[in-house]
Design a protein around this ligand. Sequence first.
Ligand SMILES: N[C@@H](CCC(=O)N[C@@H](CS)C(=O)NCC(=O)O)C(=O)O
Length: 218
Amino acid sequence: MKLYYDPISTTSRPVTFFAAEAGFALQLELVDLLAGETRGPAFLAVNPMGHVPVLVDGDFVLTEATAILRYLARRLAPDFLGRDDQEQARVDEAMSWASTDVRIWLDVFSVYPMALGVPAGLSAASIAEMQQVAAPAVRRIMTVLDDRLRNGFIAGGSITIADFLAFSYITLAELIIFDFADWPNIVAWLRRMKAMPGYGSTYAAFLGLVSAKVSQGS
Ligand SMILES: N[C@@H](CCC(=O)N[C@@H](CS)C(=O)NCC(=O)O)C(=O)O
């Protein structure tokens, strides 16, 4: 199966990290986000939304990180789906939450403006307001996640596809040197995920961005 991806993409890393941990190979096709390749005609013919990741399995083309994670897990690594109906429902709940609440409040409202600068069409003042509005929501998100991680992973005692997705959205906060100290279950979960053998290779490009930001800020 072929995966169109970019290692700096928050929605691509869950798929590549999951594949590395589950032990299956994907044929990786780089779509260079920073070079604008997601908006070129060749890639728009694959995904008219112009987004990575995209999975191609024969003539079946699948977009959306959550759908791709579920499809790959069903076909190749069912242990990562959750063990029963309720655990699978927790996985779905967490993936929906990560793709909406976490992405909007933590990433779009808080991290992107600080890490990437003021987007065209918005003023620095409106960005500051967005961040102020987002701050309590981000703390609530961390508190909810910390509680969900009380058994080690999001859906219980073993890792599922929801962990790979949430990990990517949550670690984006490292671009703004976010302090997780108030949430010990999150700190332990981050440490556990980062100790996995696939982390280093699938997060290398992102970690490069983090260290560039850190040295810019120091
Ligand atoms: N809803 C999609 C969003 C995917 C997405 O936002 N991908 C970004 C990278 S993280 C992208 O490809 N952006 C390219 C662009 O906007 O040109 C998913 O969850 O997979």
